[in-house]
Design a protein around this ligand. Structure first.
Ligand code: HEM
Ligand SMILES: *[C@@H]1O[C@H](CO)[C@@H](O)[C@H](O)[C@H]1NC(C)=O
Length: 485
């Protein structure tokens, strides 16, 4: 009798405990990776991927005082950012973020608020407007790029640098109607400085060890100077546009956005000129190096895979006519170039330009894959890691565009992120990548800088905010010359 009473009590206690676990305080956190200094490494995306082998696709780790959750699979990232986007669309508002974002008026780093939504909507409609109106000029700009490269055919070219200048000139043209070389050079130098300053460890560490901000820091001082320069340049163009604007005429993105501001009227809770300025900054920061490095990676992989390059030449010749005498490629016809499309898709999978995207932050408590995630948790989507998941892509480290052309094609990656925070410039980036590569391959055979296989460029990704390539040199051989050889 006593025994059964004891048993009953034990049973009740166990049930009570279970009930607590299931309802009152559901606490089932993702596995914790021990340690505090995971940040101090250059190869963070592949390091995170290695941890996933041991801890599973999502886990927690401490970065100094911050508790972050890393997502390493497409499934986990989509569950958070698409299915539960209401919970996961914030951005962490840490000190360096506030520093660069001009009183929280930045688009890419701004937290998810109604005003932020209005800002993203304005940016999206402005970009769509100019893209549609300026497409012919952009096509001419690509042709000019090929002409400039033709003048340097035969000798090694640092194509990454050319491409970075080019993507800057596209954004500068869309934003300000400016494409003179000195203007573009000034802006490019400023953007490059900002990206480098922002990702320097001296600045990044302030996120994780905030007390350090009270000590003098050369890195931080430099970043502050770059931000001043950035604001001076942007201010110059904004003022110029306001002074020369003509009613009923929209020359570029700046005109478009300033006009929308006037229509909306100013006031508290409304978008201001500061928001417009930060949209422009974000287009330069987010839309130049990313697109340029992706094209550079395509070039590098083609140097390693001449058989794919040969098939791309065949595809272009077949659709447009032979070699340089063919008609110019046109973005509207991109569906006629499945191999070129698959090649770009494969490179975006293997070298996603923003390997860790941008950090997100939970705006309320939520869960992913059954693990609880509390409010205000920093979420790092490891896009590079997710794209090397061998349960989705067979031999993920092999460059094989054909995986997207087979009868049962591989699933697509998420190089532009997904959900409410998806990249603003995906269509512009796709337009530029397709058009530049189609023109480049129509005009040239891409060859290593020096003959011989031992001089191929390294394919090792250099991870920062963007996935960079080191020292890519290429020789461009005009295609008729090839025919006459
Ligand atoms: C191949 C080229 C590009 C890649 C791979 C890329 C990738 C990404 C990724 C992964 C994100 C973060 C998504 C997230 O936080 O979840 C992002 C955000 C963003 N990108 Fe891109 N991007 C590219 C080109 C561009 C271009 C051309 C522009 C502008 C013209 C641009 C503007 C932005 C902006 C403004 C954001 C912030 C969006 C937000 O916070 O809501 N990107 N991009
Ligand atoms: C490009 O390739 C991807 C992946 O195979 C496919 O989903 C997409 O529809 C293609 N786009 C075009 C324009 O052919």
């Amino acid at each position: 009798m006593l025994l059964s009473l004891v048993l009953l009590l034990v049973l009740l206690a166990a049930l009570g405990w279970l009930w607590m676990q299931l309802t009152v305080s559901p606490h089932h956190p993702p596995p914790l990776v021990p340690g505090f200094f995971h940040l101090i490494r250059a190869d963070l995306p592949s390091y995170f991927l290695n941890l996933a082998q041991k801890y599973g696709p999502l886990y927690r780790l401490h970065l100094g005082i911050l508790d972050v959750v890393v997502l390493n699979s497409k499934k986990a990232i989509e569950e958070a950012f698409v299915k539960k986007w209401m919970d996961f669309s914030g951005r962490p508002q840490t000190f360096p973020y506030q520093l660069v974002s001009k009183d929280g008026q930045d688009l890419s780093l701004g937290d998810y608020t109604p005003l932020w939504k209005a800002q993203k909507k304005l940016a999206r409609s402005a970009l769509l407007y100019v893209h549609n109106n300026m497409e012919p000029v952009m096509e001419n700009m690509v042709q000019d790029l090929c002409k400039r490269l033709l003048a340097r055919a035969g000798s090694p070219v640092d194509i990454s640098k050319e491409l970075f200048m080019f993507t800057c000139s596209i954004i500068s043209f869309l934003s300000f109607g400016e494409k003179t070389e000195s203007t573009v050079q000034e802006i490019k130098d400023c953007i490059e400085e900002l990206i480098l300053g922002w990702e320097s460890w001296q600045v990044q560490i302030l996120d994780f060890l905030p007390f350090l901000r009270f000590f003098p820091s050369p890195g931080l001082r430099k970043l502050r100077q770059s931000i001043k320069k950035r604001d001076r340049i942007m201010q110059k163009y904004l003022t110029q546009h306001k002074e020369t604007m003509v009613e009923g005429q929209t020359r570029d993105l700046t005109d478009y956005m300033l006009q929308k501001l006037r229509e909306q009227g100013e006031g508290p809770g409304q978008l201001s000129e500061g928001h417009v300025q930060m949209i422009l900054v974000d287009l330069f920061i987010g839309g130049t190096e990313t697109t340029a490095v992706t094209i550079s990676w395509v070039v590098a992989f083609l140097l390693h895979h001449p058989e794919i390059q040969r098939r791309l030449h065949e595809e272009l010749d077949q659709e447009l006519g032979p070699g340089v005498s063919g008609s110019p490629p046109n973005y509207g016809d991109r569906a006629r170039f499945p191999l070129l499309n698959a090649t770009i898709t494969e490179v975006l999978r293997m070298r996603p330009a923003a390997p860790l995207a941008l950090p997100h932050c939970t705006q309320k408590s939520s869960s992913i894959c059954g693990f609880d995630i509390p409010k205000n948790t920093v979420i790092i989507p490891n896009i590079y890691g997710a794209h090397h998941d061998d349960s989705i892509w067979a031999q993920p480290y092999d460059f094989r565009p054909d995986r997207f052309l087979e009868p049962e094609p591989s699933p697509l990656g998420i190089p532009f992120g997904c959900g409410a925070r998806i990249c603003l410039g995906e269509s512009l980036a796709r337009f530029e990548m397709f058009l530049i590569l189609a023109h480049l391959l129509q005009a040239f055979t891409l060859l290593p800088a020096v003959e011989g296989s031992h001089t191929l460029p390294s394919l090792k990704p250099i991870f920062g905010i963007n996935t960079r390539i080191l020292g890519l040199q290429v020789r461009l051989l005009p295609r008729e010359a090839r025919v006459h050889q």
